[in-house]
Design a protein. Structure first.
Lengths: 358, 328
């Protein structure tokens, strides 16, 4: 009854090509924005911000980035952790070299630098395809982590080899460093997520996105109908790395504060983000959000049940958790290879007909 | 001969030995990829799981002891027996066959005709699952594995080279054994796939599984067979690596090292896996020896991947891979 196109008349071209063509979707989107910007900042506390909200927001940005590359352009990448590290170290260098510039711009520029590095490592994609490419991106992962570990210039010759974020403010409110408040960091990340999601959504339904999808579906055929594979693939790498770089920058500066590169941006991070994309749904922006939420909430939930309620030792819970995550991934792939986004779409299809069966 | 050259030769020999071990893991990948088109990321974890199971069986540990103790408040640890290496290996092989059956029937039978990326993801899920399962069954501590393979410096090579060049080469006995066993394994696999009935069926499935199905080959049986063989190969690799550096989590990371080996050799070629393994093993040891000290060391972490990446740009299908012919 609620969810249908009928009665929602479009009288101009702008109406016809808006981001959410169905009124219910639109209202839900506005409602989500109001809740996220208007209500959550007032009720959020430190535990929720650090355990759930910040990881979700940051991973969602990374997942959107990776989804553009894997889901829309069909280029499988296992280098996400390495690219996040580029974003983190770029912000660190910028923050310490230009303390007077607002951190907001540092994060954006870090994204730009990551985009450049992404294009560099994306160049082989013109020759290599499929799994060969996936393994080739591992070179980016291991090389970049090694580079940040071994070249002292990147961590400003600090004795520990770690990088830690100095305090920086946005309009007088600290968002990095030890004296931050939950709502400030939350809002700071939320702004980036909202921006990224909107940009990604609109890029992927426009000409650029159609080119990416043509390459994904069959690159030779795409080339014949006039898509330039060089530009399409490299632009996908650039846009994807830009988002992943922003996520890495936020992960380091706002969420963790201090980072040891091998630990924070290792190969496991690459897989984690890839799982988010797959479980959420390849080629769906909403899927990236859902996948990130799922994989951030699941460990918190499992830990609270197993350790908090049943009182099992933490190492046992950790082993069970990794088992359950693995099993869930398999169950998801067997039951619904197109991810959470597909479930959501099926629900909407059903809602359109409801309460009539046909 | 100058000292530097002698050192380099020793590094080269050690690299060859390490390469054999990489090739052993890569072999498991190739087998499964050829027969079912699944790129099995879990191969390394299978090796870890096999090694853990072997240690667990030999020491007589109670599986899931930790979990049972936590859930029921009991205090179980060991059955109290000690088994010899051979019986342990046989029992572990049985476990790997059961696992192969379960993997095929619970997971991959339901994923036939899915895109390769989905299958790949499923094997990553499987890797996570088995990693958790292994830790849960046998405990996450570092274990010592000793099935009676000789270890330590090979005295004969040491004295011979010392007499010849005035400098004794350090070659581990275990590495020599690993090389011999790997060679036997490869020859056995080749004979099996060339001359046995199942081997021929295996190659038929690898070629075209629909055609194989239409002449009456049971796909399910072949897939279970392939996963079992991959399980055996993983067991052998697990024994070698486990004896060398202890049974621990980092064992599963050698799977990642096997990936550039595969890329060099081509995903579909058994000789390719071996040659690729040797190239990577020698290359990374020599690079670390010659260039490593200048750039801060630990280049082994990435050298293999970068080498494979550069190589692939010139030859996208690897050394021995089948050339892709693309049509619209």
């Amino acid at each position: 009854m609620l969810y249908r196109e009928a009665g929602d008349f479009k009288t101009s071209y702008e109406d016809d090509s808006q981001t959410f063509p169905i009124r219910f979707d639109r209202l839900a989107f506005y409602a989500a924005l109001v809740v996220a910007f208007g209500i959550v900042p007032f009720v959020i506390n430190d535990y929720w911000a650090n355990a759930v909200a910040l990881p979700f927001l940051i991973y969602a940005i990374a997942a959107i980035g990776l989804n553009i590359l894997v889901g829309f352009c069909g280029q499988v990448s296992l280098g996400t952790g390495g690219f996040m590290a580029v974003g983190a170290y770029a912000t660190y260098k910028l923050m310490t070299a230009f303390p007077e510039v607002n951190i907001f711009f540092h994060v954006l520029i870090a994204g730009g630098i990551t985009a450049f590095v992404g294009v560099l490592f994306g160049l082989p994609s013109l020759r290599i395809k499929g799994f060969y490419l996936a393994v080739a991106t591992l070179a980016a992962q291991f090389f970049l982590v090694w580079l940040f570990n071994r070249v002292p210039w990147f961590y400003n010759y600090s004795a520990s080899g770690q990088i830690s974020a100095p305090e920086r403010t946005v309009v007088g409110v600290p968002v990095t460093g030890p004296h931050t408040e939950a709502w400030a960091t939350y809002l700071f990340c939320l702004v980036f997520l909202a921006g990224s999601a909107l940009i990604a959504r609109n890029l992927t339904r426009g000409a650029t996105g159609r080119k990416w999808m043509a390459i994904r579906d069959m690159d030779i055929a795409a080339e014949i109908i006039g898509v330039n594979p060089l530009r399409a693939k490299l632009s996908a790498f650039a846009v994807s790395s830009f988002f992943i770089g922003i996520a890495g920058a936020l992960f380091f500066s706002v969420y963790l504060g201090a980072v040891e590169v091998g630990e924070a941006f290792g190969i496991n991070k690459s897989f984690l983000v890839l799982f988010m994309v797959i479980i959420g749904g390849l080629g769906r922006i909403f899927g990236s959000l859902a996948g990130a939420a799922f994989l951030v909430l699941l460990p918190v939930l499992l830990k609270n049940t197993l350790v908090g309620t049943l009182g099992w030792p933490t190492d046992l819970a950790a082993h069970l958790e990794i088992m359950i995550v693995g099993a869930l991934i398999i169950v998801f792939l067997v039951a619904e290879p197109h991810g959470l986004a597909q479930l959501w779409r099926l629900t909407k299809e059903k809602l359109r007909l409801w309460p009539f069966p046909h | 001969m100058p000292d530097q050259l002698l050192y380099a030769m020793e590094v080269l020999l050690n690299g060859l030995m390490a390469g054999v071990l990489y090739a052993l893991v890569a072999l498991g990948f190739v087998l499964i990829y050829k027969a079912s088109g699944i790129f099995n990321y879990a191969q390394g974890v299978m090796a870890l799981f096999a090694a853990m199971t072997l240690v667990g069986i030999m020491e007589g540990q109670v599986p899931f002891a930790h979990l049972i103790n936590a859930a029921f408040g009991t205090d179980l640890h060991v059955f109290g027996w000690q088994l010899s290496g051979l019986i342990g290996i046989l029992l572990t092989a049985v476990v790997m066959v059961v696992m192969a059956w379960a993997v095929n029937h619970l997971i991959f039978r339901h994923l036939v005709n899915q895109e390769p990326i989905i299958l790949f993801m499923a094997t990553i899920g499987l890797a996570y699952f088995m990693e958790g399962l292994g830790d849960l069954m046998w405990g996450a501590d570092i274990k010592k594995l000793d099935v009676g393979l000789p270890q330590g410096i090979n005295g004969w090579i040491d004295t011979t080279t010392f007499d010849a060049f005035g400098y004794g080469f350090f070659i581990d006995n275990l590495d020599i054994w690993a090389t011999v066993i790997a060679a036997i394994l490869v020859i056995a696999l080749m004979i099996f796939s060339q001359y046995s009935k199942q081997g021929r069926a295996l190659r038929a499935v690898a070629d075209d599984h629909q055609a194989a199905l239409s002449v009456g080959i049971s796909l399910n049986f072949i897939w279970v067979l392939v996963w079992s063989i991959a399980g055996f190969v993983a067991l052998v690799a697990g024994i070698m690596w486990g004896t060398k550096s202890g049974v621990q989590f980092s064992l599963s990371l050698i799977a990642l090292k096997a990936l550039p080996v595969l890329m060099l050799g081509g995903f579909t070629s058994i000789p390719g896996a071996i040659v690729g393994g040797l190239i990577i093993g020698v290359g990374e040891k020599l690079f670390e020896f010659a260039i490593g000290p200048m750039v801060g060391g630990a280049t082994e972490n990435w050298f293999a991947y970068v080498l494979a990446l550069v190589f692939l740009v010139f030859r996208p299908q690897g050394l021995f891979g089948e050339r892709l012919i693309e049509r619209v």
